[in-house]
Design a protein around this ligand. Sequence first.
Ligand SMILES: Nc1nc2c(ncn2[C@@H]2O[C@H](COP(=O)(O)OP(=O)(O)OP(=O)(O)O)[C@@H](O)[C@H]2O)c(=O)[nH]1
Ligand SMILES: [Mg+2]
Length: 498
Amino acid sequence: MDFRSENFDININLSLPSLLITNNMKKWLPRFSSTSTPLNETVNRSLDKQVKLAVTGLSRSGKTVFITSLVHQLLHGLGTTTHLPFFQIASSGRLRGTKAMPQPDMHIPSFLYDSAIEQLCGDPPTWPKPTNGISEIRLAIRYLSDNPFFKHLSPISTLYVDIIDYPGEWLLDLPLLELEYEQWSEQIARACEIEPRLSLSKEWRIFLNNLNLADEADETVMRQAANLYTDFLHQCKQHGLSLLQPGRFTMPGDDLKDAPLLKFCPLLEIPQIPQNTYNENSLFAEMKKRYNSYKEHLVKKFYEEHFSSFDRQIILADVLSAFNNGHATFVDMRDAINMVLKSFHYGKSGLFNKLFGGLKIDKMLFATTKADHVTPDQLPHLETFFQNMLATSHNNAIFEGVQTETLALAAVKCTQAAYTMFEGKKISCIKGVPLKSDKPVALFPGEVPPNVPMPEEWVKGRFHFVEFKPPRLANVHGGGLPHIRLDRALEFLLGDKF
Ligand SMILES: Nc1nc2c(ncn2[C@@H]2O[C@H](COP(=O)(O)OP(=O)(O)OP(=O)(O)O)[C@@H](O)[C@H]2O)c(=O)[nH]1
Ligand SMILES: [Mg+2]
């Protein structure tokens, strides 16, 4: 059906809520809380006509590719009932079409879908460029309602889906809100006593050791110290480390790169000065001031302005690349993901709840991405492994009242399952074009263990999951991009909204 030929107008939805408002409102408006939200937005939301779907994950976990593929599936993948078999609204034939719409939040940069899809579907196809901040895209999905009441009033309904991409690194900052500058410095100093951080932080540590913190603050010195610390964080990142604080130093977002509130660093030794007797203009005092301002203006603001409004959350992780980098980086990534998840902990002890009040999120999906890097028979192992990796965070007591799900998926499937004979045995392998080659190869990528191997079992070369180029596609707009289990993700995240 040609979507544009239908009268696609937000006003269609407005007549229905105004009717319902006069009839026993409260039953229908369980989350009718904000008075500052425009009426149509609030009403759409309260009737489950609008959903804010947040996508996060650490750098390179696959956020941009996931959102691009998800949007592409909804725009182009609905023509057949077999492309998204587990996404019931599509497979049942009730979907009428999807359209990208102007986003509701003018202050959030737009998610650049057009340029990402152009790169993915170009000839040759390339992966979209890295992004470093928050962005948003709005989709309107029209569908045939099967609710007996709504069906009668307005058979075609619209679900507005606002998809928000933001760096998982920003969530690593939540614990800072409970830490004084001195306490945070101590934590970082301790982490820098252990390799590989010990070697990587050398230059920054030498610079700090030569400073007199009681000296008057000098902007050049502050910037030098901050830049050396930021370089250290970038080097950690190149080594595959993930637990990098403050999160904005490597992921500043738009226009903050040179702002003074990013120009401070932790200290290796806290000067032994009695409380409040240090010089207000000292280097120490200025570092502390900027740390507090970072917390106030960036960390708190993000949680208050954005995070608290999310309805659904997907957290992506690239577990396979963590395997490739060895035991130490794997442990670091696991700790970072578990720290990211602290933002979602419910209950009295949950830090977000303690600081900002309740969360709205009612569904969370944990997805390990790039599942096309392993053979299909390894997918259940990958999922089990990921579940075990999140075991400390992922339990019902912590996410009380939130529905959770774990999936291994590939937003863009770049490989084909194949078989090869080895020493008389048939073994499963995958075929695709490796990132650093122009020719397709068939390879056996190795097995995913069900549990984290012991440190001594991470022998060099045990894990080598190869990265692939995106597939070349003949007719990109004739159907959705090839994927693994994206339909299950869609069903979990949106299925109940139709
Ligand atoms: N084979 C395969 N590779 C993927 C897939 N998704 C992402 N990748 C790879 O992972 C890289 C990072 O993906 P992005 O979507 O840019 O990751 P991101 O989380 O947005 O990264 P930042 O913007 O840097 O935070 C891509 O360049 C691809 O190499 C997938 O579904 N399959
Ligand atoms: Mg990105």
